[in-house]
Write a protein that binds this ligand. Sequence first.
Ligand SMILES: [Mn+2]
Length: 328
Amino acid sequence: MCYKVKMISLQSAIAFKEIISSHSKVMIISHERPDGDSVSSLLSLRELICSINSAEVTLVSSNGVPKAFRFLPGAQNILSDFLCGDFDLVVTVDCGDLRRTGFAGRISKMLDNKVALVNVDHHPKNDLHKLSTLNIFDSSAASATEIIYQLINKLKVQINPNLATMLYTGLFTDTGSFQHPVTTSGVLKAASELLASGAKFKELRQNLTYNKSLPMLKLWGLVLERIKINKYNFAVSVVTKEDMEKIGANEDDLAGVVNLLESIPECCAAMLLVEVEPNVIRGSLRSNKSKIDVSGIAKLLDGGGHPRAAGFTYNGYVKMDKDGWKVL
Ligand SMILES: [Mn+2]
């Protein structure tokens, strides 16, 4: 059987090893409001770096780690802030652009002060390559952990059950539990190998699938109740800050619900609008069933992401008219 496996070149892996070997104070940073892939990428990259070099490695993700991912070994050590002077190498992972780190100004300053940058990513519109000393990039990878898995294999690093769990979590979450179109035979092969290496699937299922609190499900109920199908066949729903407060839920509790909006057969895409602060709307877009590039829509609103999953933050409010919910 011949699997189609996407590849990070051996040359990239060797360049990665060389740059890691010559630095001793490393900060790895993923995107703000981290998801499963970014948390898993931080943790698995630290394992990889520590197998190459006895460097001091600091993990940063602004906004902290959502509850669902705190079961991952080492997640409690991920910081939400850092001091610039402490590092000689920055590794950005799973960040479509510098702004997504949440610390663009500070990192730019560090780069001006000759701190090296390695970028590891799978977002198609990544612009960090312009700033990086080394760019390890594959927009066809399903998750950033898929790229890290390839680096690990190229560098012949042993995969223990904890590392397998981290890598598997990134694949599992960024493919929507192996349902999105990015779920290739290569992804399933990697997942199978990671299970064989001891990935703790039972623990992962317990924390990521059977983790829904009563307020969370009530909030999902409200999202579903408010669905409107607009004239473009997008399923759109809305939640306000007041709704979340009334139910006793928060923004983290909405993770994953946008994928449910897509399950209506006649809808080609889904959008969830969340009022996170008065006059601040966060939008999540999905188009796993169609060829609509939702990252293009997000970009119009100064956001970004992948063709099938993207987001934006917008200063405005939401209103409903005869065509459904609108951001104004
Ligand atoms: Mn990702």
